[in-house]
Design a protein around this ligand. Structure first.
Ligand code: S3P
Length: 173
C-alpha cells in the first residue's frame, strides 16, 4: 500500500475518552501530510466557548447538536482529512449515518478501562462526563457505546501497551 497517500477518503478516529484520538490523529496527519481536525477543538474555536461551558450552560443535548453540525461540515470537505472525534459522536444514529454515507475510513481505537483511566489521570482536557467516579463512568460508556463503535468502524486498533507512533502505524496497516 502507498503509505504516502494510503486512503483517498477521510480517516476518522472514534473511541472512548482517553484512548488518544487527538494525539494519534495529529501524528497520523503529519505522517501522511494531511490536514488534521479534532471535532471538539473545532467546535470550541467556532463557538468561542469551552466544552465544559457548553455542557454546563446549555446541556448535553445542545452540545450534541453542535457536534453533529461540526461532523457534517468536516465530512463534507473535499480534501481528505484526518478527523479525531469526541468519544460520544457514535451515540446519535444521525452521526453514524453521516459516517457511513461519507465513505470515510473509520478506525475504532480501543483500550482496556484501566489504560483509559490511567491516561485520563494525567490529561489536562476537562471532561464534563467524568466529574465523578471516572472508572465507573468509563465502564458504563463502554457497555453503551462499544456496539456503536463496532458498527461504524472499518477497523479496530487496540492501543494497550502501544505508544502514539505505534498506534499510527497500526492505523495505516
Ligand atoms: C465526550 C467526549 C469528549 C467530549 C465531551 C463528551 C463523550 O471528547 O466530546 O466531553 O461523550 O465521550 P474526547 O473523547 O476527546 O475526550
Amino acid at each position: 500500500m502507498d503509505h504516502d497517500q494510503p486512503f483517498e477518503s477521510h480517516i476518522v478516529l472514534v473511541g472512548l475518552m482517553g484512548v488518544g484520538k487527538t494525539s494519534v490523529g495529529r501524528r497520523l496527519a503529519r505522517r501522511i501530510s494531511r490536514p488534521f481536525v479534532d471535532t471538539d477543538e473545532y467546535l470550541e474555536r467556532q463557538s468561542g466557548r469551552s466544552i465544559p461551558d457548553i455542557f454546563e450552560a446549555d446541556g448535553e443535548a445542545t452540545f450534541r447538536d453542535l457536534e453533529t453540525a461540526v461532523l457534517r461540515e468536516l465530512l463534507a470537505r473535499a480534501e481528505p482529512q484526518v478527523i479525531a472525534t469526541g468519544g460520544g459522536i457514535v451515540v446519535r444514529e444521525e452521526n453514524r449515518e453521516l459516517l457511513a454515507a461519507s465513505g470515510a475510513r473509520t478506525v475504532w481505537l480501543c483500550a482496556r478501562i484501566e489504560t483509559l483511566s490511567k491516561r485520563l489521570t494525567f490529561s489536562r482536557t476537562p471532561r464534563p462526563l467524568l466529574s465523578s467516579d471516572p472508572d465507573a463512568v468509563l465502564r458504563r460508556l463502554s457497555l453503551e457505546r462499544d456496539r456503536f463503535y463496532r458498527e461504524v468502524a472499518n477497523a479496530c486498533v487496540c492501543v494497550d501497551g502501544r505508544n502514539v507512533a505505534e498506534v499510527v502505524e497500526a492505523v495505516l496497516r
